[in-house]
Design a protein around this ligand. Sequence first.
Ligand code: BG6
Length: 509
Amino acid sequence: MNNCSYNNGAVSIKTSKETSSCIIVIFGVTGDLAHKKIIPALYKLFTMGLLNEKTRIVGIGRRKYSDMEYSEYINSALEKLTAAPGGSPTGDFLKINSYHEADFTDSAEYPDIREYLKKLAARYKICDFLYYLSTPPANFEQIITSIHASGLSRPDFLDVSCAGSFVRVVIEKPYGYDISSARALNEKVLSIFSEDQIYRIDHYLGKETVQNIMIFRFVNGIFEPIWNQKYIDNVQIKVFESEGIGGRANYFDRSGIIRDIIQNHSLQMLSLIAMEPSASTAPDAVRNEKLKVLQSIRPFDGNEAAKFLTAAQYSAGIIGGETVQAYNREKNIASDSVTETFAAIKLFIDNWRWAGVPFYLIAGKRMPERLTEVIVTFKPAPHMIFNSLCNMSESVSNRLVIRVQPDEGISLKIFCKRPGFETELQPVSMNFDYSGSFEASLPEAYERLILDALNGDATLFMRSDEIEAAWNYITPVLECLKNKKIELKNYAAGTPGPELCDFFGLNLC
Ligand code: BG6
């Protein structure tokens, strides 16, 4: 149950939940994601006192590690956090961690895993389990099957009475490769777990600024009346990264930017921007509304592909003064790779609120800078009485920019009279930025999401039907690329895409 309290103008909405004692089992603990994100997030929750004191974390991986080596591995994942001013020593955290060497792709190893977990559970009197699948996606189905076959999917494998306990599974992205594989994965997972036990991660939903989209829209009543096709001209959702593909060549080359970013992060942001107010903040109330948005996207028309899709790959260029090589010269990438590292998609949401409003989803690697933002451009005033505005080079439209990262904040571009005797107008910005308004630093997305999974709150996780609706829209886009219905363009690394932001007749920068 929620309750609100007011404190000097701040309203806090508290939820009466308590993290229960739990064994968190990380499959693929030696992988990049666990090292960079999951272990640090758990550590932060631990140091903030947000993990129940009985919580235990078990890493499962194929590497051989002695206890000492595993502690060193955990410490190496926490280097940045513990070196920062105020960073805590890791000793107590190490005590709640342990490692079990196992090939999680081999079902024959699961009885051993079960025995290990059983002993740990008995020792600490724990009945709840959170299985975190942080492995390559190709292993998801098989791990779920083996968890079930070895009895780990139900707490009765502990042979003690565990009334009211839970078993939950967190599944990383990418969830599926296209609509048919996503459906097959859903079928498999749902044949073993019920929807409320499944937490499909899109870490963008855990970002503070992405969560704030709903607060911004549904708490500040002034925006709702103008949040529709009558007043909004277009919406852009940009996810730009200056990074290339790092050490993930094999994954990325099979995926491309549309699968990696647009199918999940961009479409999830789109659904929050375009959804109707939900009846409550209950997970399904919110997800029902997001789903309706995804289901209302006009299907991609492959016969008019060039009007709705631009895809490109980066060639060599300069970013931050440094020369970077072309995508097809990166380590482990074939010189004839046709994987897109940039894409711009124009789409429409066919419902009353958004009829006729173009949404642009743009994402790219090796862009000039890291920048994720949502730009809502309003229609100009219906009749202009100031002639001087006719000479202005830029369009006289108000723009609301929700800056997701970095320099998180929100700004509104309005037009003002420049002081003086002439009527000269100038665009200015009304700004809110997190760093100026709040002292606390923004929590990492994974901290919030892991905490929610432990608390059984699935609001910020993707439901099976949302995933399928997103793939339903994206799969024809991918087929169009695969069948070479549009030309794969080229852009120099460090530039904002192949046409320097001029897509579909609109400058999108
Ligand atoms: C991941 C993608 O989901 O998101 C990566 O697989 C991408 O390719 C990353 O770099 C971006 O996340 P963030 O939080 O740094 O914007």
